[in-house]
Design a protein around this ligand. Structure first.
Ligand SMILES: *[C@@H]1O[C@H](CO)[C@@H](O)[C@H](O)[C@H]1NC(C)=O
Ligand SMILES: *[C@@H]1O[C@H](CO)[C@@H](O)[C@H](O)[C@H]1NC(C)=O
Ligand SMILES: *[C@@H]1O[C@H](CO)[C@@H](O)[C@H](O)[C@H]1NC(C)=O
Ligand SMILES: *[C@@H]1O[C@H](CO)[C@@H](O)[C@H](O)[C@H]1NC(C)=O
Ligand SMILES: *[C@@H]1O[C@H](CO)[C@@H](O)[C@H](O)[C@H]1NC(C)=O
Length: 496
C-alpha cells in the first residue's frame, strides 16, 4: 500500500511548511472520525493559472476578487485584497483543489476498501457461522449414524440369532422326519414279514391237513385189510386146514396195523396239543373277556388246578361270564352219589352236572366270587337268589360253605344254610343232625339239620301235591311243596 505512506509524507511536508512559514492560514476538514488540517501557502508564492477551473464545492479561504469564474458561482465574502495577491492565490488554490481531489479519491478508495473489508469480514463471519452449523450438523449426523449403526448391529444380532434358531429347528425337524421315515420302513418291513409268516403258516396248515387226511385214508385202508384178513382166517380155520403159516402172516399184519394206528393217534395228539396250550382260561369270565359271548361248553383250568375241566358258560344272564357249577333240568343224571364223585364232579356239562367240589373251591377261593342261583318251577315261574360273596373251603375243611350279601326273588330269606356248614354225602356225614341228612334227603349238600335247601335232591318231574323230603328244595321260595324243574348254580368274579 503505497498510498497511506504517501499521504503521511504529504502531511509531514505540510507540517514542515507550517513550521518554517509564518502568518500562514490553516484549514480543517472533518470527515467521519478523521480530521484533515490544511495549511495554506503564502499568497506571494502562489502563481495563479489562467485556465484553471474549479470542479468541486470546497470553500475557498481567499476567493479571487476579480475575474470571477462563472463555474465557481460563489460570491466573494472575504475582505477585499489587492488584485495581485488574488492572482497569485489562484494557482495555489487550484493546487489545493487538486490535492483535495486526490484526497477525496483516496478517501473514497479507502472507504471502498473498508467496505470491501467489512463485506469480506461479514462473509467470513457468515462462513464461520455456516461452518459451525455445518460442524454441528456433521457431529449430529455422526451421532445419528452411530446410533443407526448400533441399531443395525442389534438387528443383525437378532436376525442371526433367529437364523440360528431356525437352523436348529430345521435340524430337529429333519431328524424327526428321518426317525418317522425309519419307523415307517420298520413297520412296512414288519408287515411284510408278518404276511410272509402268515403265508407260510397257512401253507404249513394246508400241508398238515393233507398229511392228516392221507394218514386217515391209510388207516381206513388198513382197517379194511385187517377185516379182510380176519375174514380170511376165519374162512381158513373153518376149512379146518393147517394154517399156521397164514396165522403167522396174519399176526404180523395185525402188529403192523396196530403200529400204524398208534402212529395215527400220535399224529392226532400232536395236532390237537398246541390248540389247548395256547388258550388257558381260569373261568368263563376270562373266556367272556376274550371276546366269546356265546353260551356253551368250554374248557377251563382254575388257578392251581392240574387239569382242565369242561363247564357250561352262561354268557347272557346278567351280563354273562358265569361259570355254571350245578345244573338240573330233566333228571337224566343221578345225583345220589358218594364223596369222591362230588369231589371230582359228574354229569354232562351240556346237560345236568356237578362241576366238582375241588373245582368250585379253586374257582371261588382264587378271587372274590358271587353266586347266582336260578330256579324254575313246573308252572314255568322263574326266580333267582343272589349272593355277592361266595366261596367253599378245601377238602380238609370238608368244603365248608361261606355265602354273604343275599338278595333276589326266590324268597326273602336265604335258603342256604349259615356260613361254615360242611358238605355231606351219603358216605360222609358232616351234618348237625343225629340222622344222616344225605341219606334222608338224598344227594350231596351243605346239610345242617337238615336245612332249608338241597338242590341236589331227587328230581321229580311234573306237578304233585305230595310233599317229598328228598326232592329238590329251596324252602323260602315256595315252601316244602315246591318242585323245581330247573336249577342252575353259577359263579362269577365280583370284579367282573
Ligand atoms: C503546485 O505544487 C507543485 C508541487 O506539487 C509546485 O511545484 C508548484 O509550484 C505549485 N504551484 C503553485 C502555483 O504554487
Ligand atoms: C448378540 O448380543 C448378545 C448380547 O446382547 C451377545 O452376547 C451375542 O454374542 C451377540 N451375538 C452376535 C451373533 O453378535
Ligand atoms: C399143521 O401142520 C404142522 C406141521 O406141518 C403141525 O405141527 C401143526 O400141529 C398142524 N396144525 C393143525 C392145526 O393141524
Ligand atoms: C395256589 O397255590 C399257592 C402256592 O401253593 C397258594 O399260596 C395259593 O393260596 C393257592 N391258591 C388257591 C386258590 O388255592
Ligand atoms: C371232615 O369230615 C370227616 C368225616 O366226616 C371228619 O372226620 C373230619 O373231622 C371233618 N373235618 C373237619 C375239619 O371237621
Amino acid at each position: 500500500m503505497g498510498r497511506p505512506s504517501f499521504l503521511v509524507l504529504v502531511h509531514l511536508t505540510f507540517l514542515w511548511t507550517d513550521v518554517i512559514g509564518s502568518g500562514r492560514r490553516q484549514h480543517r476538514v472533518q470527515h467521519g472520525s478523521c480530521s484533515y488540517t490544511f495549511i495554506l501557502p503564502e499568497v506571494e508564492n502562489c502563481q495563479p493559472q489562467k485556465n484553471y477551473q474549479v470542479t468541486n464545492s470546497l470553500q475557498r479561504d481567499s476567493p479571487p476578487a476579480r475575474d470571477p469564474d462563472p463555474a465557481t458561482g460563489h460570491p466573494e465574502k472575504a475582505k477585499p485584497q489587492p488584485p495581485r495577491m488574488v492572482e497569485r492565490l489562484e494557482p495555489s488554490t487550484e493546487n489545493h483543489t487538486q490535492w483535495l481531489e486526490k484526497l477525496e479519491s483516496y478517501i473514497q478508495e479507502n472507504v471502498r476498501s473498508g467496505m470491501e473489508e467489512l463485506k469480506r469480514s461479514t462473509v467470513h463471519s457468515h462462513t464461520a457461522t455456516m461452518l459451525e452449523i455445518g460442524t454441528n450438523l456433521l457431529s449430529q449426523s455422526a451421532e445419528q449414524t452411530r446410533k443407526l449403526t448400533n441399531v443395525e448391529t442389534q438387528v443383525l444380532n437378532q436376525t442371526s440369532r433367529v437364523e440360528i434358531q431356525l437352523l436348529e429347528y430345521s435340524l430337529v425337524t429333519s431328524r424327526l422326519e428321518k426317525h418317522i421315515l425309519q419307523q415307517n420302513q420298520e413297520i412296512s418291513r414288519l408287515n411284510e414279514k408278518n404276511s410272509f409268516l402268515e403265508q407260510r403258516f397257512s401253507a404249513l396248515e394246508t400241508r398238515h391237513i393233507k398229511e392228516l387226511q392221507g394218514v386217515q385214508r391209510e388207516k381206513r385202508k388198513l382197517q379194511e385189510l385187517l377185516e379182510r384178513q380176519v375174514h380170511l382166517v376165519t374162512l381158513i380155520q373153518g376149512s379146518s386146514r393147517n394154517s399156521t403159516l397164514l396165522q403167522q402172516q396174519q399176526n404180523a399184519l395185525t402188529a403192523t396195523v396196530e403200529q400204524l394206528l398208534a402212529v395215527v393217534t400220535h399224529c392226532n395228539d400232536i395236532n390237537s396239543q398246541p390248540k389247548e396250550e395256547s388258550v388257558i382260561f381260569r373261568d368263563c369270565a376270562e373266556i367272556f373277556h376274550s371276546g366269546v359271548t356265546k353260551n356253551g361248553v368250554y374248557g377251563i383250568r382254575p388257578l392251581n388246578s392240574t387239569r382242565t375241566v369242561l363247564v357250561f358258560c352262561d354268557m347272557q344272564t346278567k351280563g354273562g361270564g358265569w361259570t355254571v357249577i350245578q345244573h338240573r333240568r330233566d333228571g337224566a343224571v343221578d345225583f345220589h352219589r358218594n364223596w369222591k364223585d362230588y369231589k371230582m364232579g359228574f354229569g354232562d356239562p351240556l346237560g345236568e352236572y356237578w362241576a366238582g367240589n375241588d373245582v368250585i373251591h379253586l374257582l371261588t377261593r382264587s378271587q372274590d366270587n358271587a353266586l347266582h342261583v336260578l330256579l324254575k318251577d313246573a308252572e314255568g315261574n322263574e326266580a333267582a337268589s343272589h349272593y355277592d360273596h361266595f366261596y367253599i373251603d378245601a377238602e380238609d375243611q370238608n368244603y365248608s360253605l361261606h355265602a354273604r350279601g343275599f338278595t333276589g326273588t326266590a324268597g326273602r330269606t336265604s335258603s342256604l344254610t349259615h356260613s361254615g356248614t360242611m358238605f355231606s354225602t351219603k358216605d360222609h356225614d358232616n351234618d348237625g343232625c343225629s340222622c344222616r341228612c344225605a341219606q334222608m334227603a338224598s344227594g350231596g349238600w351243605w346239610f345242617e339239620a337238615c336245612g332249608p335247601s338241597n338242590l341236589n335232591g331227587i328230581y321229580y318231574a311234573g306237578m304233585s301235591n305230595v310233599v317229598r323230603y328228598n326232592g329238590i328244595k329251596w324252602y323260602y321260595w315256595k315252601g316244602p311243596g315246591l318242585i323245581a324243574t330247573m336249577t342252575t348254580m353259577m359263579v362269577r368274579p365280583t370284579a367282573f
